[in-house]
Write a protein that binds this ligand. Structure first.
Ligand SMILES: [Ca+2]
Ligand SMILES: [Ca+2]
Length: 355
């Protein structure tokens, strides 16, 4: 590797620059700049880059307050060498080892803020503060690390490609087929405790829902290029705080989809809408986010739409259909009009499963 700068006839003055091969000048350094992906033209800096805080603030032109990506031009007190300030930070666990809010746990010595992309190396377990709204530009959770959302909301305002499938993967890994017992990914200790306490009872079960503003509209408060992740009732697809016919409708309309997210009724994070998602909805139907079952709707309200939904689900290939009815008379009407080999009881709001 030769020098990148050659000069025969003119005098080149170079200051505050990282030059491969080295070059004499005030503040010049000669080291791998640790670009995010130089081959792909991404010259943003990785954590640990020698260019971080190695520039000269005096060399920043007056009026320049942002870098090429629109992030603050000077972070950490001193400008970085190059066109970008480093927004990538790494969880080092050098503080108390687990608290999101301990500045000493982060490579930049500061708690992540909205323009940061956070990387959590494998082997860590860290916890967000409770009752908070955390905003980031991105998060990378390596295998073997668990990030505890607590009861807080995480908003990812991404630039570039949509990370929703990656985030769904983190949730699926932590969900671990139903018990939030996974050892890596994105979890919630609050949801896990509530899930364990209420599983098998009549209490409404909680999970972690997410909405992508680019795919789902404004559900969950997500805007364009935003994904909002936070505790939701299991199967509350439209995140309105109750599990009802609207959520069943989302499931019916997306049954069989292999690219679905939470809003489209993939409640177990596997990207597929199938009977497993219907079972989760069945456990929570009629519950509100106050964890209180709704008063059963009147018989006059329910039979017609439920017969319709049963037909939709049957046509979509479901072998079993949950029926919600408020009276034996309503049950009978539904059964007579849907399927002949019915197994059901008349015990309340959830009163029949047809197989
Ligand atoms: Ca709902
Ligand atoms: Ca699913």
């Amino acid at each position: 590797m030769g020098n990148e700068i050659h000069s025969d006839l003119v005098i080149v003055v170079v200051r505050g620059t990282d030059i491969q091969g080295g070059y004499a000048g005030v503040g010049n350094i000669n080291a791998d700049p640790l670009f995010v992906n130089a081959a792909a033209g991404d010259l943003q800096l990785e954590p640990g880059s020698p260019c971080i805080n190695a520039g000269s603030n005096a060399a920043v032109p007056a009026g320049v307050t942002t870098d090429l990506a629109g992030n603050p031009r000077i972070l950490g007190g001193t400008v970085d060498i190059g066109a970008y300030e480093c927004v990538n930070i790494v969880f080092t666990a050098a503080g108390d080892g687990h608290s999101w809010t301990d500045a000493n746990n982060w490579s930049g010595g500061a708690v992540p803020v909205a323009y940061n992309i956070v990387t959590v190396p494998g082997g860590n377990s860290l916890q967000l503060p409770s009752n908070s709204s955390i905003a980031l530009e991105g998060i990378i959770i390596n295998g073997g690390s668990l990030v505890d959302l607590e009861n807080s909301t995480l908003t990812i305002s991404f630039t570039g490609s949509d990370p929703v499938s990656t985030l769904r993967g983190y949730l699926q890994s932590a969900y671990d087929v139903g018990a939030w017992g996974g050892t890596s990914g994105l979890t919630s200790s609050v949801v896990a405790a509530q899930f364990a306490a209420n599983k098998g009872t009549s209490g409404g079960l909680w999970s972690i829902g997410y909405a992508d503003g680019n795919i789902d509209g404004s559900i969950g408060g997500a805007g364009p290029n935003q994904i909002v992740i936070g505790p939701q009732l299991v199967a509350d697809a439209n995140e309105d705080g109750l599990v009802d016919f609207k959520d069943l409708l989302a499931l019916a309309q997306n049954a069989g989809s292999t690219t679905a997210d939470w809003v489209h009724a993939d409640f177990n994070f596997d990207g597929l809408v199938d009977f497993n998602d219907l079972l989760l909805l069945a456990q929570n139907v009629n519950h509100t986010n106050g964890n209180t079952p709704l008063i059963a709707p009147s018989a006059a309200e329910l039979p017609a739409p439920l017969v319709t939904s049963a037909a939709i689900l049957a046509n979509a290939g479901f072998s079993s259909v949950l029926i919600v009815a408020s009276s034996p008379a309503a049950d009978d009407a539904i059964l007579e009009s849907s399927r002949p080999n019915a197994l059901f009881t008349e015990t309340g709001a959830i009163s029949a499963i047809l197989t």
